[in-house]
Design a protein around this ligand. Structure first.
Ligand code: PLP
Length: 462
């Protein structure tokens, strides 16, 4: 096993030549980066052989079915030996079969476009909307609305649609035609001037703020509204009751297409196949990436309706009329081969039901912790996608300093539990602990994660 290998060489190579994501490397002049060497189920081991419960599914909500799944690896190996790649200008067996299986879970949708990252999948939607605007509206209906606190990816147009200060500061100027709408976070409704409303009344009023922006911009200029079903990196934010029905109504009223970015929530994370399926609405576009193949292969999908698809079959004599786009790695067959087995595992092992049950347990544990620790201002989330917002004072809701939230993460790590911290809206104030264990989590796993958080909060805040 890896324990027989000399991993000091690996650590040295990493320190000499790897640039880690989202990381300040100065720290590695006096400490070693964590190298994750092996994983099994929902546990991983680092270069020192230390075992961790992975409460964030690979760091960023990805390894939904857990590590070390032989059946996925076998399917990928067999497919790679048969045909590793052919551009998606042609079809492949796993691409066709996974598309059929996926569409079966998404009533109202009918077409799957394969690509290689969440950012890229979102860019496909933006391009389709721009092309429709040229085809049908003389280029006028081109604006893309996105929401404060949402994130849609790391490429420049995806960042142009991102409402998180930390992600976008220092990377402008951005693409034109992207317009921000307010967030819908009930915990911070005072920021929206809606502190007197609650429940569905608040939800509808938060959605009405989107309509206000549409009217200011001119509905004839707006082509798309792009939203996360539950805002992930922006602080694990669920929209209140009443919000989504009103959002769909507003989009229909002004002929605006609705895009739900399921890159995090998709494929079981919240206890349904897709986050939007909790809300009783049908979107026009859905994008997904992380959990589609649980990280066993890189795959992302942009899914849409036959109505949108049909617009690109009009005027076949015009050679510019079809969707003039390609992603090279959308043709990798390992992705859909892995995704097919990944979805089958979720079905065979009843992981949607487990996610709902374990999510309820996690939430109940966290609500108990909230009674004990005044620093927990809010408990949020659905299924195995939960967040704890830490505040200095429950009245003012002032976020704790990021260093304190990081100390909680560090303390959990020392106890052998990897958790995350996010928010990304205010500089230096990432104050929301986040949890997204694999959908296979057991009661013991959930309790162990929550116990570690309890200990860490006591250690950091007393
Ligand atoms: N959309 C959401 C909601 C995300 O959280 C992310 C990544 O965290 C992305 C899009 C971008 O996905 P990728 O990193 O695969 O480009």
């Amino acid at each position: 096993t890896f324990k027989d290998n000399d991993l000091s060489k690996v650590v040295a190579a990493d320190k000499a030549n790897v640039w880690h994501h989202l990381s300040q490397h100065k720290q590695y002049e006096t400490s070693d980066p964590r190298i994750i060497v092996e994983g099994k189920g929902m546990r991983v081991w680092d270069q020192n052989g230390k075992e961790f419960i992975d409460a964030v599914s690979g760091g960023v909500w990805t390894v939904n079915v857990g590590y070390g799944r032989e059946e996925i690896c076998d399917a990928v190996r067999d497919q790679l030996m048969k045909l590793c790649y052919f551009a998606q200008t042609a079809g492949s067996i796993p691409a066709a079969l996974f598309a059929e299986k996926l569409i079966d879970k998404m009533p109202g949708m009918s077409r799957v476009y394969y690509t290689n990252s969440g950012s890229d999948a979102n860019e496909k939607v933006f391009k389709i909307v721009r092309q429709i605007s040229h085809k049908k509206y003389g280029g006028k209906k081109h604006k893309i609305l996105y929401r404060d606190r949402d994130y849609h990816g790391s490429t420049l147009a995806a960042m142009s649609a991102t409402g998180q200060h930390e992600r976008i500061a220092q990377y402008g100027p951005f693409a034109p035609g992207f317009v921000k709408v307010p967030h819908c976070m009930e915990y911070r409704k005072h920021e929206l001037g809606l502190e007197d409303l609650s429940g569905a009344e608040f939800g509808r009023a938060a959605a009405d703020q989107i309509e206000k922006v549409i009217l200011e911009e001119g509905p004839e200029t707006v082509g798309l509204l792009c939203l996360e079903p539950i805002t992930a990196g922006g602080g694990v934010i669920e929209a209140p009751e009443g919000y989504w029905e009103r959002v769909r109504e507003i989009c229909d009223k002004y002929d605006i297409l609705l895009h739900i970015d399921e890159v995090v929530c998709g494929v079981g994370r919240t206890g349904k196949w897709f986050g939007y399926q909790h809300f009783g609405i049908e979107p026009d576009f859905v994008t997904m990436a992380k959990g589609v193949a649980s990280g066993y292969a890189a795959i992302a999908c942009m899914v849409t309706t036959e109505k949108v698809f049909d617009m690109f079959k009009e005027d076949p004599s015009d050679h510019m009329s079809h969707f003039r786009d390609i992603s090279t790695f959308g043709g990798c067959t390992a992705g859909p081969a892995a995704a097919l087995v990944n979805m089958q595992i979720i079905e065979d092992e009843g992981l949607l039901e487990n996610t709902t049950k374990m999510g309820e347990r996690m939430r109940a544990n966290f609500l108990k912790l909230q009674e004990k620790h005044a620093v927990i201002g809010d408990v949020r989330g659905k299924g195995l996608f939960q967040g704890l917002e830490l505040v200095k004072d429950r009245e003012t809701k002032e976020p704790v300093d990021e260093a304190q939230a990081q100390a909680v993460v560090g303390n959990c790590g020392a106890q052998g539990v990897i958790i995350g911290v996010t928010n990304r809206s205010l500089p230096g104030r990432n104050n929301t602990l986040c949890f997204s264990p694999a959908l296979i989590a057991t009661e013991e796993d959930i309790d162990a994660i929550c116990d570690a958080v309890d200990n860490a909060l006591t250690a950091v805040f007393g």
